[in-house]
Structures are given as C-alpha cells and as structure tokens.
Design a protein around this ligand. Structure first.
Ligand code: NAD
Ligand code: UDP
Length: 317
C-alpha cells in the first residue's frame, strides 16, 4: 500500500529531490513549505502530479495537514550559512517549535519521523573523521549557534519523544550536499564557485582555503535518507560522502571545468567556520548497505548544467 508522507521543507534544495523520489516509487507526498529559502520552481513540475499536494505554511506557527499520515520527513530549516545568519530567530524557532509540532503530529498519527540533522552538530570537530558517538565541539554563543544549537535541540527533542512516548524516529546527520536546485544566490561554496565561474568572476575562497569539506551529490544523499527512513534504525546516522577536499582544491576543480586561468581571491573566514569535516559512514554502509557513488567531477558538471539553465544566457558570461 502506498504511504502518505509529509515532506517538511519540500520546496527546498534537498526536500524537492526527496519529493520527486518518493513520488516516483509510488508514495503520496504532501509538501509543506513557507518558501522562506526554497523556491516554487523546485516543485513546479509536480503541480497536478498524481499523489502530490502542497501546503504553504510556516511550521513554527502551524502544521495544517489533515488526514492519515504515515511518515514525516522534517527538512524545514534554513541550511546555508548566509540564510541562517540572516534569520537567526526563525532558525531557532523552526528547530525547536517547528520540530516539536512535527513530532507531535507524527506521535498522534503513529507515523515514522525522520529528522534532517547536520554535521554542524559536531561543530569544529576534535575527532576526525566524525563518528556518530562524537559529541561535538560547538560554540553555543557564536553566530553559527543559531543553526547548530537548533539542530542539537531538535535531536534532543526527537530522542525525548522516542524515549518518553515511543515515537518511531530516526535522526540523519547530513553532511555538505550539493547539486541541481541549489539557489544560485544561496551563498554555499558550490553554488558560489559555479556561479562565479560562469560569470567569469573571481572565485571567493574564505580564509586560506585549507579548511576541508566532504561533498555529497544530492541523488546519493536522497538515496541515503530514503534507505534510513525505510529502516528500523533510530540513529543518529551520518549520511554524507567521505571524499574530503580543501576549499582551495574545490576552487581549482571548478576553475578547471570552466577556465583554468580564473582568478581566486581570498576573503575573511567567517566566525567559527569548521576547520575540517568528513563523515565516518561505516554505520550507514553496514546497516543500510548505502554508499555514495557520484564522483565530484560528475556532480559538479551536473550542477553546472543546472545553473547554466537556471541562469539562462546571463550565467554563461
Ligand atoms: P533549503 O534552504 O534549500 O531548504 C529548506 C526548506 O525549508 C526551504 O524550502 C524553506 O523554505 C523551508 N523552510 C524553512 N523554514 C521553514 C518553516 N518555518 N516552515 C516551513 N518551511 C520552512 O536547504 P537544504 O539544503 O535543502 O536543507 C534541507 C535540510 O537538510 C535542512 O533541514 C538542513 O538543515 C539539512 N541539511 C542540509 C545540508 C546540505 O548540505 N544541503 C547539510 C546538513 C543538513
Ligand atoms: N566558502 C568559501 N567561499 C565561498 C563560500 C564558502 O571559501 O564563497 C567556504 C566556507 O568558509 C566553508 C566551506 O566553504 O569553509 C563550506 O561552506 P558552505 O557555506 O558551503 O557550508 P558549511 O559547511 O560552512 O555549512
């Protein structure tokens, strides 16, 4: 029997791909979004599709969904640093009150609940690669804390519902994900570098560029999230790609795709920017049989094609 699943934040970058894949396999999907950082164009192709519906709502205020619900996949939150730094109070609200509302609905409906948590709960990690048992190193009063602590609170709330009320939950710790439907102006590293390269502008590396990230292509990420939702695990489980690169290497890879002569400029490093990040995905490999397969070269090329289309002639410089 097909399930009726809520995707909170379903008009966002990752959420819209999740809607696509759940619909493709025959689930009914209710996308709930307030379009604060997502885009209508991400889900425009689903309008009128069998099994798809959209509820426009700020889940920090209300979650107006009637009828049976078999699962709640909670991705609603600003995720790009410039986005959450511009919306500090909203980010804390959706991580706390929004998550509580989503858990309450899942509990009432006997539905499975998936929390899209983040590698940011590890902060600037002292353990490398990051394993799920590591508690993290987060500055609780720095500018990024609005996001990190909101997600840490959301994890705590999720586990409290599970322990106290028996709610069926799972926590996914998502590591840096990129791909088509990133907003060209969302300020994350892949969107910035690709859009800058298309406009033949200098690539903006923050700090010396020796900080590392491990980038997961969105199709792989969504496969991992679905495998986790379909499992009986509680988590937390890291879902990401352990292929680690410095930011400078990434800038050079993007330049290579467009024009090796592109200038790289260095700008100040944002406060509390983690110095290194790589997921240990042993648990996901062993318990879910999931492993990312898209290479950074293929993923960047596919994302570049998306931006070329999204930006039209303007992007091709
Ligand atoms: P995104 O900003 O593209 O998507 C988030 C979506 O949530 C947007 O459509 C936005 O409009 C919606 N939203 C925000 N606040 C809301 C509210 N109060 N009510 C209803 N909708 C709301 O970001 P994304 O990259 O797709 O991230 C999705 C989720 O995955 C987030 O929870 C994020 O924390 C998590 N995550 C993403 C990454 C990544 O690299 N993309 C890494 C770690 C964790
Ligand atoms: N970054 C950069 N230039 C940019 C955007 C980001 O050098 O134009 C760096 C940023 O300082 C961080 C890394 O790239 O070290 C990843 O940043 P992003 O905002 O994509 O994600 P984060 O992992 O910081 O949440």
């Amino acid at each position: 029997m097909s399930q009726r699943l809520l995707v909170l934040g379903g008009a966002g970058f990752v959420g819209s791909h999740l809607c696509d894949r759940l619909l493709e396999r025959g689930d009914a999907v209710v996308c709930v979004d307030d379009f604060s950082t997502g885009r209508r164009s991400n889900i425009a192709h689903l309008d009128g599709e069998d099994g798809f519906s959209l509820v426009e709502a700020d889940i920090s205020v209300a979650l107006p969904v009637d009828g049976r619900v078999d699962g709640v996949l909670h991705l609603a939150s600003p995720a790009s640093p410039p986005d959450y730094l511009a919306r500090p109070l909203e980010t804390l609200q959706v991580g706390s009150e929004g998550t509580r509302r989503a858990l309450e609905l899942a509990q009432r409906q006997g539905a499975r609940f998936l929390l899209a948590s983040t590698s940011e709960v590890y902060g600037d990690p002292h353990v490398h690669p990051q394993i799920e048992s590591y508690w993290g190193n987060v500055n609780p009063v720095g500018p990024r804390s609005v996001y990190d602590e909101a997600k840490r609170f959301a994890e705590a709330l999720t586990m409290a519902y599970h322990r106290t009320l028996g709610t069926d939950v799972v926590i996914a710790r998502i590591f840096n994900t990129y791909g088509p439907r990133l907003r060209p102006d969302d300020g994350r590293v892949v969107s910035n570098f690709l859009v800058q390269a298309m406009r033949r502008q200098p690539l903006t590396v923050y700090g010396d560029g020796n900080q590392t990230r491990s980038l997961c292509y969105v199709d792989d990420e969504v496969s991992g999230l679905i495998a986790l939702f379909d499992s009986e695990l509680t988590g937390p489980i890291n879902i990401g790609n352990p292929d680690e690169h410095t930011v400078l290497e990434l800038a050079r890879a993007v330049a290579e795709l467009f024009d090796p002569g592109l200038e790289i400029v260095h700008l100040p490093l944002p406060a509390d920017d983690p110095t290194r990040r790589r997921p240990d995905i042993t648990l996901a490999r062993e318990r879910l049989g999931w492993t990312p397969t898209t290479t950074i070269g293929d993923g960047l090329a596919a994302t570049a094609r998306f931006f070329a289309d999204d930006l039209g002639g303007e992007g091709l410089g």
